[in-house]
Design a protein around this ligand. Structure first.
Ligand SMILES: [Zn+2]
Length: 566
C-alpha cells in the first residue's frame, strides 16, 4: 500500500536534506581485499550460470515444475560449495512454501449486453481473464459494468474514484496507471503503486466488486499487449488465501475492446477517460451486464526460496544482515511463439540477475574474512506470479526486519556494454544514495534516477516486499547511455528488448550479449554490500519517505524483541 505524502514544498525538501542522517560516509572506501575478491566477478562466471539457467533443459523455471526444483538444487548446492551456511535452519538452503496454482480456462468469447444489443470479445486477442478466487469456478452472473476511472482511493492526495458508491457485485472497468498530468498528484509521471495492476485488483476487491477489467494501452501499462497475453495465460500462483477480500474475475481488455464496450453503453471512451481526469469524477454505471464462468484447475503445490548465509565477523553486528536477492523463477512452458518455441527461458529475466548475485556470493567467499554484518544470499521464487517468494520471505523472514540493514536486488542485467550511467530505481529514497553515488563515481559513472519512471519499476520487483517491511533497498539498471554509442542507440536497445523479448520465448542468450556492463554492475553491488555490512550505522530512509514508518515500527519491534530476550 502506497503511503507517500503529498509533495513537500521546497523549504520542507531543504529541511529534509539537512536532516539527512550522516549514517554512511560521503567518502566510501572499498577495502583492498574486496577490490581483489571482485576479480572473480568476470565474464566466465556470469556467462556460465546464465547459460545453465536459461538452457531449455530448465524448461523456463516455472514454479513447482521440474525446472524449478533443478534450479533450487543448483542454487542451494552452489551456495554450499561456496561455503555459505544453510539460511533456513531445518529447511537447509530451502525455504519451502505452499502456493496455490489456479489455471483458469476462459470461454472463447466474453459477451456483454445492453438493451438487446451485445458485444462479443475474443479471448487472447481482445481480453485475458484470470480467476481471483482459489476455487473450481470463478463466476460473474449478470453483473453490471461500472466505469470507475483509475479505481484509486488515496486520502493523501484527496483522491477517491469511488465516492462511496455501492459497488458490491459490480464489474469495475478501470484505467491503468495513476494520474500523471500534474506533478503534485501521484508524483506526476512516476508510476506509484496506485498505478500498478495488483493495486487495481486489490482496490476492486475492497469495494466488494465481483470483477475488474483493466483497459490496456501500451503507454499506461509500460509494455505491449503481448506481454499481458503471455503473462496472464497458464497457471497463476499465489500464497494460499487468508480471508482477504477477493474479486471473482481479474481481467484485461485491449483499448479497442474497451471502446466497443463504451459504445455499447452509449458512451464514448475518450469522454469517459477525460472525465476520470478529475477529483470530482464519480463512477459511471454503464447499464451493460455480463456473465462469465471460468473453469479453474486448482492445485496446491510447493516452491522454495533458496538462501545461504555468511555469518558476520563482528559479534556485535553479526545479528544484522545485508540481503542480496534475485528471483530464480520465470514463466515456464507456455504458448508457442511464431517460431514454435514454447520455452520461456528467461535468460535476462532473471538468469542475468541470479548470475550476478551468485558471482557476488563467490566474491564474498573470496574475502579473507567476512564483513562485520552477516550477508544473506537469497534467491526468491515465483516473482513473475506477483512477487510471491519475497512476499513469503517478508512474512517469514530469517532475520527480524529491523535487523535487515538493506536489500540489494537484481532483476535483469546489462547485456549492452559498459554504461556511462547507473540508473538507480529508488534514487532519493534512502541514505543508500550516498553509497551508490560514491561507488558509481569510482567507475566513472553518474547516478541517474529511473529512466522509465512511468513503469513503476520500484514496485515491480522483489525489493518492494523488503521496502514494505521497512528495509531500504538498492535496485539498479544500466540506464541508456552506453560508452561509445549515442544515447538513441541505448534507448533503442533497451526498448527493443521490451518490445521483442520481454516475457517471450526469445529471452535467450544470443551472440550479441556482452558482459562488460554486467561485470561493473555486479562489482558495484558487491562493494555496496561490503560497505553497508561494515558501516557503524544502518542505512535509513529519507525522512518522509513512504516506507519510513514501516522501518520505525520494525526497529522498535527488533529492539523490543532483543530486550525481551535478555
Ligand atoms: Zn519478469
Amino acid at each position: 500500500m502506497e503511503m507517500r505524502m503529498n509533495h513537500p514544498s521546497s523549504w520542507l525538501l531543504l529541511l529534509a536534506s539537512l536532516a539527512l542522517p550522516a549514517a554512511l560516509p560521503a567518502q566510501v572506501t572499498v577495502p583492498a581485499e574486496a577490490e581483489k575478491a571482485a576479480a572473480v566477478i568476470n565474464e566466465a562466471s556470469l556467462r556460465g550460470s546464465v547459460r545453465f539457467l536459461a538452457d531449455d533443459l530448465l524448461e523456463g523455471r516455472g514454479p513447482a515444475s521440474r525446472g524449478d526444483r533443478l534450479t533450487q538444487l543448483y542454487l542451494g548446492t552452489t551456495l554450499q560449495y561456496l561455503g555459505f551456511e544453510p539460511a533456513f535452519g531445518a529447511g537447509g538452503y530451502l525455504q519451502t512454501f505452499d502456493v496455490v496454482g489456479v489455471n483458469a480456462s476462459s470461454p472463447k468469447t466474453w459477451t456483454f449486453q445492453k438493451d438487446g444489443q451485445s458485444v462479443n470479445l475474443d479471448v487472447w486477442n481482445q481480453f485475458v481473464a484470470s480467476s481471483g478466487v482459489q476455487a473450481p469456478q470463478a463466476v460473474l452472473d449478470k453483473a453490471e459494468l461500472v466505469f470507475v476511472g483509475y479505481g484509486i482511493e488515496a486520502p493523501e492526495y484527496k483522491w477517491n474514484d469511488f465516492k462511496g458508491m455501492d459497488l458490491k457485485g459490480k464489474v469495475l472497468l478501470m484505467l491503468n496507471n495513476d494520474p500523471d498530468w500534474d506533478p503534485a498528484l501521484f508524483e506526476g509521471t512516476r508510476r506509484q503503486y496506485y498505478g500498478r495492476w495488483p493495486y487495481k485488483y486489490e482496490s476492486a476487491a475492497r469495494q466488494g466488486a465481483a470483477g475488474a477489467i483493466i483497459i490496456h494501452t501500451t503507454p499506461s501499462a509500460g509494455y505491449p499487449w503481448q506481454v499481458v497475453q503471455t503473462s496472464w495465460t497458464g497457471p497463476k500462483f499465489e500464497l494460499p488465501a487468508a480471508g482477504e477480500p477477493r474479486i471473482q474475475v481479474a481481467s484485461w481488455v485491449t483499448e479497442d475492446a474497451a471502446r466497443q464496450l463504451a459504445k455499447l453503453a452509449g458512451q464514448d471512451l475518450d469522454a469517459l477517460v477525460k472525465s476520470a481526469h478529475s477529483r470530482d469524477f464519480k463512477p459511471v454505471p454503464l447499464g451493460v451486464t455480463t456473465s462469465l464462468t471460468l473453469t479453474n484447475q486448482v492445485e496446491k503445490v510447493q516452491t522454495a526460496n533458496v538462501g545461504g548465509l555468511l555469518r558476520g565477523s563482528d559479534p556485535e553486528l553479526a545479528d544484522e544482515v545485508v540481503v542480496y536477492s534475485a528471483h530464480h523463477d520465470h514463466l515456464g512452458i507456455g504458448k508457442p511463439d511464431k517460431e514454435g518455441d514454447t520455452i520461456y527461458n528467461g535468460a535476462l529475466d532473471n538468469g542475468a540477475g541470479v548470475t550476478q548475485v551468485l558471482a557476488i556470493a563467490r566474491a564474498f567467499a573470496e574475502l579473507p574474512q567476512p564483513p562485520r554484518r552477516s550477508v544473506l544470499i537469497l534467491f526468491v521464487a515465483a516473482e513473475e506470479q506477483g512477487l510471491r517468494g519475497s512476499e513469503y520471505y517478508a512474512k517469514h523472514p530469517s532475520f527480524p526486519p529491523g535487523k535487515i540493514a538493506a536489500n540489494i536486488n537484481y532483476d535483469g542485467g546489462n547485456i549492452f556494454g559498459r554504461s556511462l550511467e547507473l540508473s538507480y530505481i529508488g534514487l532519493g529514497k534512502s541514505s543508500l544514495d550516498g553509497v551508490v553515488k560514491a561507488l558509481a563515481a569510482q567507475q566513472d559513472r553518474t547516478v541517474v534516477g529511473d529512466q522509465f519512471p512511468d513503469r513503476g519499476s520500484f514496485y515491480r520487483s522483489d525489493q518492494f516486499n523488503f521496502a514494505k517491511i521497512g528495509v531500504p533497498a538498492i535496485y539498479m539498471g544500466a540506464g541508456v547511455k552506453f560508452r561509445g554509442h549515442p544515447e538513441e542507440w541505448g534507448k533503442e536497445k533497451v526498448e527493443g528488448y521490451v518490445q521483442k523479448n520481454y516475457h517471450q520465448p526469445s529471452d535467450e542468450i544470443t551472440p550479441d550479449w556482452t558482459f562488460d556492463g554486467m561485470i561493473e554492475d555486479a562489482r558495484l553491488g558487491f562493494f555496496a554490500g561490503v560497505v553497508i555490512a561494515n558501516d557503524d550505522k544502518m542505512p535509513t530512509w529519507t525522512p518522509g519517505d513512504e516506507f519510513e514508518a514501516a522501518r520505525k515500527a520494525a526497529l522498535a519491534a527488533a529492539a523490543g524483541g532483543a530486550a525481551g530476550k535478555q
